[in-house]
Design a protein around this ligand. Sequence first.
Ligand code: HEM
Length: 178
Amino acid sequence: MTHTCPFHQSAEMNPALMPLDWLLGVWESDEPGEGSFPSIPPFRYNETLHFSHVGQPVINFMFNAFNAENKKPMHRECGFIRMQPGTNRVAFIIAQNSGLVEVEEGLLTGQQLTLHTHALARTSFAKEPHVQQISRVFQLRPDGKLEQTVSMAMEGGPLIQHLHITYCRSALPQGGTI
Ligand code: HEM
């Protein structure tokens, strides 16, 4: 028997989320994303993004990445998106499977989100070198694809691009159209 959550099914979108309604639903990478990190050869990955809400002025999200060649799970992150009421300021509150937790903040401009690390913490036994700054851009392109670019700076190092990927929408949000 399928169990459905009645709150999730019937929740009306909170008006505070209207500026971000274009994110809601499920997105799948249309072709493998490209990743790079100085100590390893460039790599390719697939990723699925889920953005949902339960009627609160908050978007819940889950990003799951997989190795494009052998399909093994790789990076995973999940969290919440909030907007400061009456402004275009956006905050992502994020937990990553690598042991990093983060608050990224930035601005919504049209259908583009530009975010930078506002706060960062990690497990006491996290691998070195430690990342100090993460910047990312989400953009809904005119062709309907979503694009994400992630850059980061390690301790004492420059900002380097870590990831670039595009996604196609694979499911609409609960309850129909956007
Ligand atoms: C915003 C999200 C992400 C952040 C902040 C991030 C951060 C980092 C950092 C700090 C490192 C170097 C230290 C370490 O190995 O842990 C790293 C390495 C790496 N990341 Fe990411 N990452 C993110 C997303 C992803 C995603 C989506 C993938 C896709 C598969 C990915 C794949 C990798 C790989 C393959 C390495 C090299 C690992 C190694 O040397 O063992 N990362 N990342």
